[in-house]
Design a protein around this ligand. Structure first.
Ligand SMILES: *[C@@H]1O[C@H](CO)[C@@H](O)[C@H](O)[C@H]1NC(C)=O
Length: 454
């Protein structure tokens, strides 16, 4: 009787996925694509509506809400991101919470999670047949302003058989139009391109409002999003309504290479931008598929500097002649993203404060850099910083205090790029008080100062 009870209890724990490991910790939120104040997508972990740290079965979210409709309030707006996989004809979910018809495809079993400064890795077991290594990399490149200026993140999925057999495997991933605005009543538009062996779904808010001139909120109202992968013979793609596109994959194990041109509200038959790869027979040799997501804005910040209010470009525009040139560079640059930064942060954090300190620094590296954005030109760069989780002020002096150690440590010139906007504004006499300005504006990205002294 006693043993029987134990077996039931253990079974319940495993069913809840609690057998999985989290290393070095199960953090309150797991960074997925965190590169700027606007590319800031996390897996929320809390049991209060969160995922408990499991990628399959919960939606990735932008840090802030609220959003009207189903996904309410403080948990942040959903940035729909879905992963499905077929193994020997059976369908599974490895990311998100997609409902197709009346079904949620069975979740793969997440067995472990680990993070380093740039990387969040989930290891999955699919029916005891294949393993998946699902790795999100948001590069941290403090000394390399070209690479740090790119607002782009990687998702790499590696699949291999875990028994001695080989298995028929097809992989699917999509993003939804929810990335283009945190208000899902906004209208989205999209297009598809195939250039230099990179296939990209581009999407944007149909009504572009540079610098959020229309109204302030935490999402971005202008610029383009690119969801990309390599053009291989095994690739098929589609844009369209969520259940149609995902249903096509579940039924056919591929997509029909068609595009939906009925541009509509984000929540109106949620448009999704999908890729499917037929990996064919997967044995012990791992097969890797790489995706990127990029946010491209030509101008990033409105700034009341030495010569009055100007538009400050994104720094990436100094290095790349077009959005797609940047997307292509990022994709093909993957091989240069090694673990050197992760290693350096780990060694130095361990020396300074031991494992507990490393547990925090490696979690917060992407968060700290993701609160900032490199702007300006190569001869006059600026690092703009947004208050996140408070009120959205820009270049707030008291927020520099907790943020500054990572910049001083990783590349002190970043502190100059952070402080310059404040100095230039005040030295030009645009702040009438005798003390330091508190911030450069109430609403990021409007660094329009406080000429009234308030
Ligand atoms: C998963 O993939 C990442 C990126 O290639 C790699 O760094 C990591 O070691 C892999 N982890 C496992 C457990 O396979």
């Amino acid at each position: 009787m006693y043993f029987h009870f134990l077996v039931i209890a253990l079974g319940t724990l495993v069913n809840n996925g609690l057998a999985a490991t989290f290393s070095p910790a199960r953090a309150p939120a797991i960074p997925l694509a965190v590169r700027s104040p606007y590319m800031n997508t996390w897996l929320e972990v809390g049991s209060d509506g969160g995922s408990q740290g499991f990628l399959p079965g919960a939606w990735p979210r932008f840090w802030a809400g609220p959003q009207p409709g189903e996904a309410l309030g403080a948990n942040g707006a959903v940035t729909g991101w879905t992963g499905l996989i077929k193994v020997d004809g059976a369908s599974y979910t490895w990311m998100g919470q997609p409902k197709i018809g009346d079904n949620f495809p069975t979740n793969v079993e997440q067995t472990s999670f680990e993070y380093t400064s740039q990387r969040s890795t989930f290891v999955m077991n699919v029916a005891g047949k294949v393993s998946m290594n699902v790795t999100f990399i948001s590069p941290v490149a403090p000394k390399d302003l070209k690479r740090q200026s790119i607002i782009g993140s990687y998702l790499q999925v590696t699949v291999a058989a875990t028994d001695e057999a080989s298995h028929s495997v097809q992989l699917y991933a999509d993003t939804t139009a929810e990335w283009v605005s945190i208000r899902n009543t906004d209208t989205a538009q999209w297009s598809f391109s195939n250039q230099n062996n990179i296939a990209s779904h581009k999407s944007w808010r149909q009504t572009q409002s540079e610098f959020n001139a229309d109204f302030p909120d935490d999402g971005s109202h202008w610029g383009n999003w690119y969801w990309s992968t390599a053009t291989t013979p095994s690739l098929t793609s589609q844009s369209g309504g969520h259940e149609t596109v995902r249903g096509n994959f579940l039924r056919d194990a591929k997509l029909p290479n068609t595009q939906d041109s009925n541009y509509r509200a984000i929540s109106d038959n949620y448009p999704v931008f999908a890729f499917a790869n037929d990996l064919r027979n997967v044995g012990n040799n791992p097969i890797t598929t790489l995706y990127t997501i990029v946010h491209a804005q030509d101008n990033a910040i409105q700034f009341d500097g030495a010569n009055g209010i100007i538009s400050v470009p994104s720094l990436w525009t100094s290095y790349f002649r077009s959005d797609l040139a940047m997307v292509e560079f990022l994709y093909k640059d993957y091989s240069t993203v090694d673990g050197a930064i992760d290693h350096a942060f780990a060694v130095d954090s361990l020396a300074a404060g031991g494992q507990d300190y490393l547990t925090i620094t490696s979690l917060s590296a992407r968060q700290a850099f993701g609160g900032t954005q490199l702007c300006g030109t190569t001869s006059k760069p600026y690092l703009f910083l947004k208050e996140i989780s408070s009120d959205g002020n820009i270049q707030t002096v008291d927020v520099f205090f907790p943020a500054i150690p990572i910049f001083l440590y990783s590349n002190p010139v970043l502190v100059k790029h952070l402080l310059d906007p404040l100095f230039e504004n005040q030295e030009a006499g645009r702040f009438p008080k005798q003390w330091s300005i508190h911030d450069m504006g109430a609403h990021y990205p409007q660094a329009i100062g406080h000429e009234d002294g308030q």
